[in-house]
Ligand binder design. Structure first.
Ligand SMILES: [Zn+2]
Ligand SMILES: [Zn+2]
Length: 205
């Protein structure tokens, strides 16, 4: 699913600590990332990409990113989706050509095989990348996979979950949200956080 894009979005910039994925139960591997917060401010639609530098707090490297406008980001997503479809077409045409091959000249077979390979790779990579594109490019940020430095957009808080902040002392209770959590889990965590807020030792009460 393509990511939600807004002109101002919270994001995290993360430094991957391990080189190989660590087995994390079942058939998944996990990567350890140390994250720092970053606010992505996009240029107005029609304006060129903004260049921003973030200093990684882990390795102190200066990371240069280009930030694209909302419109440009949607275009990038659309272009990559088109790439995925183009790959699919190349793949299908190559397959049909292989099936209907009349003379089995070695060159034609080689060309067809190349077409299948190129089509499959193009379709696969573009499809993944379309889902990943958030209009922030640099250091592999716009490409899928576990890169050394990753940029991730933080999903905006859903409207039905108002912030839990004490009006008197500004004490804040954090709770998780995001489409990767189960709804019931978020609900429960939210209620627990609300209870914590009710019972917090208020400095101003
Ligand atoms: Zn780093
Ligand atoms: Zn309070």
């Amino acid at each position: 699913m393509p990511q939600a894009i807004a002109q101002r979005q919270e994001a995290t910039v993360s430094h991957r600590v391990n080189f190989w994925g660590r087995p994390s139960g079942g058939s998944t591997v996990s990567w350890d990332y140390e994250s720092q917060k970053w606010v992505v401010k996009r240029p107005d639609d029609g304006s060129p990409a903004l260049h921003r530098t973030v200093r990684c707090e882990v390795c102190n490297k200066a990371l240069h990113y280009a930030i694209h406008s909302v419109e440009a980001t949607r275009r990038r997503q659309a272009r990559r989706r088109a790439g995925a479809y183009a790959g699919l077409v190349v793949l299908l045409v190559s397959l049909v050509s292989l099936i209907t091959l009349e003379d089995s000249g070695a060159i034609r077979i080689a060309l067809t095989a190349t077409g299948i390979l190129v089509g499959a790779v193009l379709g696969w990579v573009s499809g993944l990348a379309a889902a990943d594109d958030m209009g922030v490019t640099g250091h592999g940020a716009a490409w899928p996979g576990a890169t050394k430095h990753a940029v991730e957009l933080v999903e905006p808080r859903p409207e039905e979950l108002p912030e839990l902040v004490c009006a008197l002392c500004c004490h804040r209770e954090e709770f998780p949200w995001g489409s990767h959590y189960r709804k019931g889990f978020v609900r429960k965590q939210y209620q627990a956080a609300a209870t914590r807020l009710e019972n917090h030792a208020c400095r101003r009460a």
